[in-house]
Design a protein around this ligand. Structure first.
Ligand SMILES: *Cc1c(COP(=O)(O)O)cnc(C)c1O
Length: 411
C-alpha cells in the first residue's frame, strides 16, 4: 500500500455513482470528469475539499497498523490527502500512467523527479532547450552534489547517439520546449537512453496531457507544472509526476515523503475541477494558436515564427508523430530589436503582458528579459532566445480578436 492511492481506483472504478464500474474503456473526456471521484457519506455531487493536515484513528492499534501500511488509512497530509488523491488519480487516468504524485509547483515536481534517482558520480543527459529554472537545477544545483550533466541539441539525432554511449542515470527532455518550441523525438531518445540504463523524464508542460502522452512514446516519467494548462485560469501553483509503480514506489516516494514538496488540498481541489475542462480548453487554444501562428508567419513585420504546427517548423513531422497539434504557445521574432518589440507589446489591447502560459487569457512575454533572464547571454543565444523574441500563449478569446489585436499593434 502506498498512502498515495486509496481504494477508489482511478480508471473505470468509481466512474459512476451507481456502484458497478462500466465494462468498457472510458474516453479521456469521461475520465477527466469521473476518475478518482471519492464521495463522502454525504453524497455530494462535486469533489469535496478536505482541508485537514491530520487524521484520527479508531484505536491506538489502528494507528500502528496505519503507519506500517497494514491498513489503508490516511496518516498525514504531507504523505497523502483525500482531495490531493482525487487529483492524482484523475490525472493518472487521463495520462494513462500507473501512478501520479502531486507536488506544490512544477519546479518541485521537476526537482523531485530527477533528484530521487541520482547520487554523486551519476551522469545526466538533457536537451538544452528548456524552461530556465529546470536549466538552473541541472546546470548549477545538481552539479554541486557531484552529478555531471551534459546538454545536447535536442533536435539532432546524431548528437543524442553520441551522448548516449556512456552509462547515464537520467535523460531529461522538454518537447516542445519553452520558449523556442524545439521538438525532440521522444521515441528515438527513449530507445537510445534505455540501452545505457537511463530513466527518461519528459517535461510535458507545453503539450499538456491532452495533446501528448510521452509514456506511449517510450518515456518512463512525465512531469507537469499544473500551474499552466491544468489550472489554466491563473489561480494556483501545482505540479505532478507520473510513472510506473516501480518508479513511484521504489524511487520517488521514499524521497518525496521526507522532503515534503506537497500540494495543498485547496490547490488540489482547484486542479481536480480544472481537469474536467482541460481537454475542451486545450483543444480550443490549440486551434486558435494555429490560426495566430499562420497570421504571424505571413506578416511583413514578423521575421520568424516558432510553432510546431507550421509546416516550415523543422520539427513539424516528428511533432505530428507524437503530438495532436502544434500546441497553445508560439514564439516569434519581429524585425528590429527589443525596443521595437516592446512598442508592439505595449500597444496590445486584448493580450496581456505576463510571463505565465497555458492560461485562458492570452499572454505575451519577452523571455530574454523575464523568464529566461537568469541564463547567461551565451546560453540564451545558444538556445536561440534573442532580444527580438516574444512568446505568446494563446488563450480562449476568439481567434479573430487576437489576430486583430496583433494586427493593430504591429502596424
Ligand atoms: C512553468 C514551467 C515549469 C515550472 O513550473 P512552476 O509551476 O512555475 O514551478 C517547468 N517547466 C516548464 C516547461 C514550465 O513552463
Amino acid at each position: 500500500m502506498t498512502h498515495q492511492h486509496r481504494p477508489w481506483g482511478y480508471s473505470n472504478e468509481q466512474a459512476t455513482s451507481q456502484g458497478a464500474a462500466p465494462d468498457w474503456e472510458l474516453h479521456e473526456e469521461t475520465l477527466a470528469v469521473r476518475a478518482g471521484l471519492a464521495r463522502s457519506g454525504f453524497g455530494e455531487t462535486s469533489e469535496a475539499m478536505y482541508l485537514t493536515s491530520g487524521y484520527t484513528y479508531d484505536s491506538a492499534e489502528q494507528a500502528v497498523h496505519s503507519f506500517t501500511d497494514e491498513v489503508d488509512h490516511f496518516v498525514y497530509s504531507r504523505f497523502a490527502n483525500p482531495t490531493v488523491s482525487m487529483f492524482e488519480q484523475r490525472l493518472a487516468a487521463i495520462e494513462g500512467a500507473e501512478y501520479c504524485v502531486a507536488t506544490g509547483s512544477g519546479m518541485s515536481a521537476m526537482f523531485s523527479a530527477v533528484a530521487c534517482l541520482v547520487e554523486a558520480g551519476d551522469h545526466i543527459v538533457a536537451a538544452a532547450s528548456m524552461f530556465s529554472s529546470c536549466y538552473v537545477v541541472l546546470s548549477e544545483i545538481l552539479p554541486k552534489w557531484g552529478i555531471t550533466v551534459e546538454f545536447v541539441k535536442g533536435s539532432d539525432p546524431d548528437v543524442w547517439a553520441k551522448a548516449l554511449t556512456k552509462p547515464t542515470k537520467v535523460v531529461f527532455i522538454e518537447s516542445p520546449s519553452n520558449p523556442m518550441l524545439d521538438v525532440v523525438d521522444i521515441q528515438m531518445v527513449s530507445d537510445l537512453a534505455h540501452k545505457v540504463g537511463a530513466t527518461v523524464i519528459v517535461d510535458n508542460v507545453m503539450a499538456s496531457p491532452i495533446m501528448q502522452k510521452p509514456l506511449k512514446h517510450g518515456a518512463d516519467v512525465v512531469m507537469y507544472s499544473a500551474t499552466k494548462h491544468i489550472d489554466g485560469q491563473g489561480r494556483v501553483l501545482g505540479g505532478a509526476i507520473l510513472g510506473s509503480f516501480d518508479y513511484i514506489q521504489g524511487s520517488l516516494n521514499p524521497f518525496i515523503r521526507h522532503t515534503g514538496p506537497t500540494l495543498s488540498a485547496f490547490n488540489a481541489w482547484v486542479l481536480v475541477k480544472s481537469l474536467e475542462t482541460l481537454s475542451m480548453r486545450v483543444n480550443r487554444m490549440n486551434e486558435s494558436a494555429q490560426e495566430v501562428a499562420e497570421f504571424l508567419s505571413n506578416h511583413p513585420k514578423v521575421a520568424s515564427v516558432n510553432y510546431p504546427g507550421l509546416k516550415s517548423h523543422p520539427g513539424f513531422e516528428i511533432n505530428k508523430k507524437q503530438m495532436s497539434g502544434g500546441g497553445t504557445t508560439l514564439s516569434f521574432e519581429i524585425s528590429g530589436g527589443s525596443e521595437e518589440l516592446f512598442k508592439v507589446m505595449d500597444k496590445l489591447k486584448v493580450i496581456d503582458i505576463s510571463n505565465n502560459l497555458g492560461d485562458s487569457k492570452s499572454l505575451i512575454t519577452h523571455p530574454a528579459s523575464t523568464t529566461h533572464r537568469r541564463l547567461d547571454p551565451a546560453t540564451r543565444a545558444s538556445m536561440g532566445i534573442s532580444q527580438s523574441l516574444a512568446r505568446l500563449s494563446v488563450g480562449l478569446e476568439h481567434a479573430s480578436d487576437l489576430i486583430k489585436d496583433l494586427q493593430q499593434a504591429l502596424q
